[in-house]
Design a protein around this ligand. Structure first.
Ligand SMILES: *Cc1c(COP(=O)(O)O)cnc(C)c1O
Length: 402
């Protein structure tokens, strides 16, 4: 990819997404579940640019959404309502109402209290809401604590006994239709055993529900497939599918899979220009024009991103901290990272930036968010323009008079 000309044409900081890579990832995962009814529901929060979501819609993808805003995005981008699911621990009545009215595939419930709200809203609408319950299998996914979700310490899902109680309640309700079961134990998973163990626990629950005449159609295995940021051993989609399917013998359920990171992380590059180098005592810094408001993962999770310098300088590498202009010490992309000496306007390419990159961005320090560019079939096109100062003040300006 010609990052230099992309940076010249669209300026920096800039997000660039390889759409062909996203498609290859999608195809590989879909293929892994071949011979089985399956829906891949792209987790919109990983990268919610409308053109990205539309790209997946064209592949036949569904969407896993965690707010009604994401549901609207998915519909706008052309994802069929019957392939959209709505997850998340806290849904407002308005969100629940809209999800039922839009007739999406199902709402994923994460508590008994939520079941009560959904039932009430469905009743008000005179409708039956399709639901699934997110089970928390209490399995340690062996990932970063901030992205672990499958332990009872985490706020997500309900324990097995509560789940069972909720299914019985739902079955007996005129306004609820239990169609699915769901688990999602964490993100950036690189070990198969916790996934297999969780699937076994959840499959057992499905069997015990069958005995109660509760027949579920969708076995929703969540997302979480890890990717290579540095030197991680990742799970192969084929092995992943086999592990899941192995727990479902003689059960004719449709698999629902909700990958986010797997589909987009390594499709994305964040381009940023070098402003200057500086040194405080022994410590060397490279100051760039991108910042934590553009790409938060290093600041939030101490996440590693590979960074490549595009420079004519051929002198020896040395260890530097790569930092942005934001007024926070936590504003960095890498620490003690080996790079050659850099000049003003040299380009840094931050890799694996296609998931949880732009979407976690903000306008902190009154910085407009970056532009986003798609590369498809070797051609680049803008899919979001850079935010201007006028964009940033648009919702405040009218109140200046007061
Ligand atoms: C975040 C999330 C996903 C996607 O996670 P990835 O690690 O990006 O694959 C899937 N399902 C649910 C419920 C989520 O919250």
């Amino acid at each position: 990819m010609d990052f230099k000309s992309l940076a010249n044409e669209y300026q920096t900081p800039l997000y660039v997404y390889d759409f062909d890579y996203m498609k290859a990832q999608f195809d590989e995962l879909k293929e892994a579940f071949r011979g089985r009814k399956s829906i891949i529901a792209y987790a919109v929060k990983a990268n919610s640019n409308l053109s990205v979501v539309k790209h997946f819609a064209k592949m036949g993808s569904g969407a896993d959404c965690v707010s009604i805003g994401e549901v609207r995005r998915a519909l706008l981008a052309g994802i069929a309502p019957y392939k959209i699911i709505f997850s998340g621990v806290g849904k407002t009545d308005d969100e629940i109402r809209e999800a039922i009215e839009k007739d999406i595939l199902y709402i994923n419930l994460e508590s008994e209290a939520e079941l009560g709200r959904v039932e009430l809203v469905a009743k008000e609408l005179g409708k039956q809401a399709r639901i699934s319950i997110r089970v928390n299998p209490n399995i340690d996914p062996k990932t970063h604590p901030y992205i672990s979700t499958g332990l009872h310490d985490n706020k997500f899902g309900v324990d097995l006994n509560s789940a069972k109680r909720m299914y019985i309640k739902a079955k007996n309700s005129e306004n609820l239709d239990p169609v699915g079961i769901h688990f999602h134990i964490g993100s950036q998973l690189t070990e198969l055993d916790p996934i297999r163990e969780s699937a076994e626990i959840v499959a057992d629950l499905v069997r015990s529900l069958q005995a109660l005449d509760i027949e579920l159609k969708f076995f929703d295995i969540g997302g979480g497939l890890g990717v290579k940021y540095k030197d991680e051993e990742t799970i192969k989609p084929y092995d992943y599918a086999q592990a899941i399917l192995g727990t479902l013998t003689a059960m004719d359920m449709t698999i629902l899979c909700e990958p986010g990171r797997f589909l987009t992380a390594n499709a994305g590059y964040f381009l940023t220009k070098v402003l200057y180098e500086k040194q405080n005592g022994e410590k060397k810094f490279v100051v760039v024009d991108g910042a934590m408001n553009d790409l938060l993962r290093p600041s939030l999770y101490n996440a590693y991103h590979g960074i490549e310098a595009i420079t004519d300088n051929t002198e020896d590498e040395r260890e530097v901290d790569i930092v942005g202009p934001v007024c926070e010490s936590g504003d960095f992309f890498a620490k003690d990272y080996k790079l050659p000496p850099l000049n003003h306007n040299d380009l840094l390419v931050v890799k694996s930036a296609g998931a949880y990159g732009f979407g976690m961005g903000s306008n902190y320090n009154t910085r407009g968010r970056s532009a986003e560019v798609a590369i498809e079939d070797g051609k680049a096109r803008l899919i979001r323009r850079r935010e201007s100062f006028e964009d940033l003040i648009a919702l405040e300006q009218e109140f200046l008079e007061n």
